[in-house]
Design a protein around this ligand. Structure first.
Ligand SMILES: O=C(O)CCC(=O)C(=O)O
Ligand SMILES: [Fe+2]
Length: 342
């Protein structure tokens, strides 16, 4: 098995210039002089479901993303996850990290990795990012012995975090369904059994942030993503032909609508196109918790919503095929979803 370079090791070399594989084509490079403003991303207070429902509907229609507060997940757990991630990436010796290396020849395999897309090294531009992916639901996929042993509470915290995030994702899918006048369980039933992955992403300081991306432009492929970041800016959202910076809010959780929810809602709600930019001075950490259908699930627009606009806007897709094509062709924004438009 080929062992790809870890971005951390490339960054530690103190190179004045990034290696050519990390240089983005001109049209994908970030304009760091015009960072944009995303202060307008809505924040939804979940303490009252009645007012949250309407606010969620507006946010899903206009942004595909929103922050939630009073979400019920203990704040200490958000802080502990961020600190476990930083401990792993910054304090664990490389030799130890590599004991958890993921299989770089298969998509989204569990463990420590750097390359998201499959394909030959010289075919793809590499992201300036290392990550650790944990498989947490269904429970049959959960095997904490494949996760770091240090700090001593690492495995326990990741399990508790996964449990809390799943509960929140289910609550949100219920509110999203109701915001479209569908029964509360509609979207969750269309998704089927939830597959949850937790990916900690680590972006080391980059000597040429204007040429690179921490994570290329994409929308998440599953149903709903719940994301927290540390206090370093870097996440950007594409809206109205502009890249806008998403401000980190330490006690909030960012909700990103993903592609299967766009399909199920027949395009009424849009998945969020986003990317991560790098910076020269500070490493950045994010933790994304993905909630996806099983690979065998068939995803199609909900019939009730098809009747509203008189036709389905997306073709039915087997989720596993969607995932394979995403990893082999690359996301390039939302091109995999666009390919399913009727
Ligand atoms: O680092 C971030 O904020 C974004 C991470 C992300 O988009 C992903 O893991 O899919
Ligand atoms: Fe993402």
């Amino acid at each position: 098995m080929e062992t790809p370079s870890r971005v951390e090791s490339v960054a530690k070399g103190g190179l004045p210039e990034v290696p050519s594989q990390y240089i983005q084509p001109l049209d994908a490079r970030p304009n760091l002089h015009h960072g944009g403003d995303a202060a307008l991303i809505p924040t939804v207070d979940l303490s009252s479901s009645d007012s949250a429902r309407e606010a969620i509907g507006d946010a899903c229609r206009n942004w595909g993303a929103f922050h939630v507060v009073n979400h019920g997940v203990p704040i200490y757990l958000l802080d502990r996850m961020r600190s476990l991630g930083l401990t792993f990436f910054q304090d664990c010796p490389m030799e130890e990290k590599l004991r958890y290396a993921c299989d770089s020849s298969s998509a989204a395999s569990e463990g420590y990795g750097s390359r998201m897309l499959l394909g030959a090294e010289d075919d793809v531009v590499l992201d300036w990012r290392d990550y650790f992916d944990h498989h947490t639901f269904p429970l049959s996929r959960r095997n904490p012995s494949r996760w770091p042993l240090h700090p001593p509470d690492y495995r326990e915290v990741v399990e508790e975090y996964g449990d809390e995030m799943k509960k929140l994702a289910q609550k949100l899918l219920g509110l999203i369904s109701e915001s479209l006048s569908l029964p509360c369980s509609s979207i969750e039933e269309a998704v089927g059994e939830i597959y949850q992955n937790i990916t900690m992403s680590y972006y080391p300081p980059c000597p040429q942030p204007e040429l690179t991306l921490g994570l290329q432009s994409h929308s998440d492929m599953g149903a709903i993503t719940l994301l927290i970041q540390d206090d370093v800016e870097g996440l950007q959202l594409y809206k109205d032909s502009q890249w806008l910076t998403v401000p980190p809010i330490s006690h909030a959780i960012l909700v990103l609508i993903a592609d299967q929810t766009e399909i199920i809602t027949n395009g009424i709600y849009k998945s969020a196109q986003h990317r991560a930019v790098t910076n020269a001075n500070r490493a950045r950490l994010s933790v994304a918790t993905f909630h996806d259908p099983s690979k065998t699930a068939r995803i199609a627009p909900a019939s009730h919503l098809v009747h509203q606009v008189s036709k389905p806007c997306y073709k039915e897709v087997v989720y596993g095929q969607y995932v394979s094509s995403w990893y082999s062709k690359g996301p390039e924004g939302k091109r995999n979803l666009d390919a399913l438009l009727c």
